[in-house]
Design a protein around this ligand. Sequence first.
Ligand code: ACO
Length: 402
Amino acid sequence: AIDIKTLRGTTGYITIDPGFKNTGSTQSAITYLDGENGILRYRGYPIEQLAEKATFLEVAYLLIYGELPTQTELKDFKESITNHTLVHEDMKQFFEAYPSQAHPMGVLASMVVSLSTFYPESQDPNRSSEAVDLTIHRLLAKLPTLAAMSYKNAVRHPFIYPKNELGYVENFLNMMFAMPTEDYKPNSVVASALNKLLILHADHEQNCSASTVRIVGSSQANLYASISAGISALWGPLHGGANQAVIEMLDKIQADGGDLDKWIAKAKDKNDPFRLMGFGHRVYKNFDPRAKIIKKAADDVLEQLGVQDPALDLAKKMEKIALEDPYFVERGLYPNVDFYSGIIYKALEIPSEMFTVMFALGRLPGWIAQWKEMIENKEPIGRPRQIYTGANERDYVSIEKR
Ligand code: ACO
């Protein structure tokens, strides 16, 4: 804490905590996380039970509305989401204007904020709770459509429209992988692994992107704008971008001859910026409970699909070496959820640029729940303080005298 003069001239304190390692920004009833003991619960329900038994939409409802839905509530929720899966035809023109190499996260963030221009009522901070629900349902319905469109656009394939008779996950897979002449045949192992992945990513309390959503929303910016900001925060390689970075790292090691010892030595060398992507976590210093669940799903997917991929073999070896190496053990650096999610996405032939988009699809209900809680609790605008370390007062010097 640093002694300062407050705005009204009285003495006060400002705590300096870069990265907010020990600063709580809010009270929240959504997600319980105990990093020391590897516990993660949504609204009290252990993540292990939800991943095993629930569907992604049930979990979305739980996070957003606080309780598991009854049969009728779930039916109405699904129906409403199914009714809103189409995006405005004019949005197709936005996609066409992007360069072919456009990163799908950049495209997704822009498309989501663009939704606010098609639904201007979302910009009214005094809208009714029904109007808020409509915005929430539209977001949940349209994000998979927009995500699949950004992929189809990147590979220059025609867009596939949503199919309302399919489930949430199956519809997304169909929009990603079907062609106008041929439906995608969803494999139940793939759909189940994806359902699990989305659930495991659905919320993680006050992480970088959730905090971003809350802070942007605290200015009463609309929900689409707040979620778009969350997508941008998630894009970074130290956050959601890590799953893409994992596969790119494995490909790089592979191309370099596959000498794992050399790369592990680089990760341990403090003069080398290289880090093992997919290892370590800000709050889990023993293990990431999501990683435990998803490791099994990854093993199932690889086995059932019979995938043979040298990069995935390398991942298995890396996991083994790092788990035994004192450098990683002493620092509590274990494979995190992104290590395994990247492996599953690769096995599903989802291109690496899309990995973080997949994370965003999963995280959407959490972001919405965090935003809704912040609004309902009437939290003040987020506005951190600072300790000024710049120059003292000085006089302007004309340009010819500088
Ligand atoms: N490889 C090698 N060394 C590492 C790694 C790594 N992946 N992660 C941390 N370390 C080392 C640091 O160099 C530091 O060592 P030191 O104490 O000798 O200086 C020590 O472990 C602690 O690391 P910090 O950076 O202080 O830990 P922090 O909590 O700030 O960072 C983070 C956590 C960002 C996740 C970090 O572990 C990292 O960069 N991992 C790789 C990227 C990644 O996988 N991110 C995904 C996070 S999960 C998610 O977003 C869903």
